[in-house]
Every structure is written in C-alpha cells, then in structure tokens.
Design a binder for this molecule. Structure first.
Ligand SMILES: [Zn+2]
Length: 497
C-alpha cells in the first residue's frame, strides 16, 4: 500500500502550441443573437482570436490548419459549480476538456494550511499559470473560492479562530486572509450566523470580494439578495422560502430534520406569488442562480437502475463509488421506495424546474453548473446533461448555451476575454459536428477543442478520456485518494457534521 501511495503518477502532456492556427470554412454560432455565420475563417495567434473573415486568410507555412467544413464553432463551455481536489489533474481535468468545458468555477477551498484532499486558490492559480505556458492539461479556473464558511461547523478545532466566524468581529481577519490568498469570493454556507453573514456581506466589497454559495438558513433570501450576495446555488433556494412555515426553518435549532419532514408540504404549498416577488428582486439586484439540477435529478432517480447504470462510472475511482456514492444512493433509493405512489424527490426535481422556468422568465440570470464530485455527477459529461435539463425546464437551446458561455463570463467580469467568439478574445472554442441550436444534445458532438489557442483534436480527446479511465481504475490512484481523504482534517469535520 505504501509503495502504491508514493508510486509516481503518469501525467498528461498538452498538445503542441502554434504561433498561428486557422480554422477554415466553419459555421460560427453567435451565442448573443443565435445567428450562424457560415463559411468563416478564424485566425488565432498564440492564445487569441485575431481575425475573422469570410474569405481565406493567408497564414505562414508553420501554421496549424483545422478544416471546419460542415462544422459549428461555439465558445468554450463553463461549468459554474464544480469541486476539485488534489487528484483532479488525473480524474477531472481531462474529462472537462474532452467534453468542451474550458472554464470552471470551483466552489471549494482551503484554510491556512494545505489540505491533503481539497485544493485552494494557490493550486488553482498555479494551474492557470501552467495553462498559459501550455505545460499542463487543465481547464481555466475562472474565479477563486474560499473554503465553505459555515460558522463553527466544518472548521477543525485547531484552525485560527477567525475561520469559525462566531461573531462579526472576526469578519475583517477572514476577509484580509482570503484577499491575501487572491481569492475572489467567499463561499457562504448553510449555518453561518445571521449577524456574521450581514457583516461579511457589507464588508466583503471593501476587500474586493463578493459572496456566493448557499443562502444561510437563518436569514431570508430577500435579505441575502438585498445584502448583495451575487450567486445562489442549487435548486432549492425558493423551496426554503416560499411555504407557510418558512419561519420555522429560520429559527429551528434542528432545521435539517424540520426540512426533511416538511418536504411534501413544501412542494404542495408552494407560494408562487411570493416566489415571483423574490425573482423580481434577484433580477433587479443582478443576483445569479446556478440551479445545479443534476443533484436533484440524482435524488429523484437514485432508485432506478437505468439511472444508476451509467456508462461514465468507469471514470470514477472505486473509493468514491463505494465510500461515498453508494451510501448516498442507497439512502435516496430507500427514501424514494418508501412512499408508495409518491416520490417526493421526483416532485422536488420537477418543482425546481418549474421555478427555474419562472425565474428565467422573470429575468434572473441563470448559470449552468453541475456540482461535480457529488453522486452521479461526472466531470464534463454532466454539463451537457445540465444544458439538456435547462431546456427541458423551458430555456431555448440558445439560452441554454448562453448559461454556459456569455452569462458566466459576464458574471465573472470576464466578458472582454471570453463568452463569445470575437476578435481579441481568448481562443477557448469548441468545434462541433452538429448544430447545437437545432438540438441541445449536439453540444456532445465534439470534434475538437481549442483551449488557450492550443488544439485538442479528436484523437487527443480520446486519449484524455482513456487516461482518466485508466487512472480511476488503478489500484494506485485509489490508494492515493483513500490516503488523502484519511489525512484531511477538513474532510474529517465535514463528515462529522
Ligand atoms: Zn457544491
């Protein structure tokens, strides 16, 4: 076992970079308007698009030429809710790129010490640098997150006190710490005390930071939006708010139990008038919603073999499948089968899609995100399923594409460089065999991916998938994962909660 742990792990090499790359005769999908410009020539110099023309562009003899005939070019897709760990290089990054995911917003982080399992802004910023130098196969990590701030819970006892956020006086130290770590936002979580949250929200902008994550249970969504939280995660945000007994959730010392026993009531007594008022407020305050429908979809379908027999399981380590996903799956399966004729999780999933449709019509900006690493969420693959689910909730194919391109780039203050195909922008692009505006599932017909101007062709994309499949199945990666979990103080407190 010790040998397996220290055994050096193979690494992937990125493809060669070219000074000039040209994509010839391609159909460019304008994700702003939904128009398609046919027979275009796109010139990329180093990592940026420098020319787009309807006639051929002369390039040097050393240029890389990509034939775009009968193909569709879209901006690289972003997954706005992921979690990476110390083994993402082997287990997640290749799958993101193979699936056309060129950017991710990672929603976890570290405290003051390097964790054996989780990664933080230091690692991710290094990966971004390596991407610029073309020395590493990695998606772009677009915004840096703090560790999940949940009050005293989920913080190891010996960590500096300010991480525990027991009272507002600790807020400045926390914000200063994460500012020094070059973090962009504080990930807020369910059990953060109300007073501390308020102070955090008011002071974060002074440090150039914003708040994103869950809505803490002990204050209202209205308050959180008014205090400036910029993004809200997961499909339940309106469920917690818009039912007659919502106040009990905000005071109950045992809100978790209260929530789970009230689930059926929450769905049946949902107050859509109140929901619409909150959605209007979110639209006015530019608060974004990342519904991560994948997680509710899993809960709704955990008892179905056709759902759990997923062909992508080969990309997941046995450790994760056995220690983590199996427990979660069995638990949800039992709950779903328990109530004859009424599957509350299924109703939750459907209700969240209805709310998504309402919110979208009310103008709440929607971002595609998956919650990678959660049960039955697969790096890269699941984003395509999320896009599909967004359309099944009523977004058009174009709007679904926007939720993974323009909208997140705007959210991240990075629309100058990403999110659409325009001269001057970074060449993070996906070449598709079929038109995604006709059928959203066509985002899966990936022929090639350009990441920071470097071209991953079909053969390279196959290599990436095979690499992760081999890594996930290897004894040595499973031992590595297991040992890193055992040694992580953060994992220990998270599981204790
Ligand atoms: Zn998450």
């Amino acid at each position: 076992m010790a040998t397996a742990y220290i055994w050096p792990t193979n690494t992937l090499q990125p493809p060669k970079s070219f000074e000039e790359t040209i994509i010839k005769n391609v159909s460019i999908v304008d994700v702003k308007t939904g128009k398609i410009a046919k027979h275009q020539f796109v010139l990329i110099e180093h990592s940026r698009i420098t020319k787009i023309d309807s006639t051929n562009i002369i390039v040097s003899d050393d240029a890389l030429i990509i034939d775009g005939t009968d193909k569709f070019l879209i901006p690289g897709l972003w997954d706005m809710h992921t979690h990476s760990d110390q083994h993402s290089e082997w287990l997640h990054h290749p799958l993101y790129i193979a699936n056309g995911i060129t950017g991710v917003r990672d929603m976890s982080g570290q405290l003051n010490e390097k964790d054996s399992y989780w990664v933080g802004s230091k690692e991710r910023l290094q990966w971004n640098k390596d991407l610029e130098l073309n020395t590493r196969v990695t998606p772009r990590y677009v915004l840096q997150s703090s560790y999940q701030m949940d009050g005293v819970k989920a913080i190891p006892e010996d960590a500096p006190d300010f991480f525990k956020l027991q009272n507002p006086s600790q807020v400045d130290s926390l914000l200063q710490f994460y500012k020094n770590e070059k973090v962009d936002f504080i990930k807020v979580y369910q059990q953060l005390p109300k007073d501390t949250y308020k102070t955090l929200a008011l002071k974060a902008p002074e440090y150039g930071l914003h708040l994103a994550g869950h809505k803490p249970m002990f204050l209202s969504l209205e308050d959180a939006v008014n205090l400036g939280q910029r993004s809200f995660e997961h499909g339940r945000i309106f469920m917690y708010e818009c039912f007659p007994e919502t106040d009990s959730l905000k005071h109950s010392t045992n809100w978790k139990a209260y929530f789970s026993k009230s689930k059926a009531k929450i769905v049946h007594q949902f107050d859509s008038v109140q929901a619409k008022a909150l959605m209007r407020l979110m639209q006015q305050k530019k608060a974004y919603w990342t519904p991560t429908l994948q997680t509710l979809k899993f809960e709704a379908n955990a008892h179905k073999n056709e759902f759990t027999n997923n062909e992508n399981l080969k990309y997941v380590t046995n450790i994760r499948k056995r220690l983590w996903w199996k427990y979660d799956t069995d638990h949800n399966k039992e709950k779903n089968l328990e109530r004859k004729g009424e599957n509350v999780s299924e109703q939750f999933f459907e209700a969240s899609k209805n709310q998504l449709s309402m919110a979208h019509r009310m103008g709440v900006p929607i971002m595609a995100g998956t919650d990678v690493m959660d049960s039955y969420v697969f790096a890269g693959f699941s984003l395509h399923d999320e896009l599909y689910e967004l359309t099944s909730a009523g977004l058009t194919n174009l709007e679904a594409l926007q939720s993974a391109t323009m909208v997140p780039a705007t959210y991240s203050n990075a629309i100058e460089d990403y999110g659409t195909i325009e001269i001057g922008k970074k060449a993070d692009l996906v070449l598709l065999d079929k038109n995604p505006l006709q059928d959203i599932n066509n985002t899966k017909s990936i022929n090639g991916v350009l990441l920071n101007g470097v071209y991953y062709d079909e053969e390279k994309l196959r290599e990436l998938k095979a690499f992760t499949e081999t890594a996930a199945g290897s004894f040595h990666m499973n031992v590595k994962t297991f040992v890193s979990l055992l040694n992580s103080p953060l994992i220990r407190v998270q599981f204790a909660d």
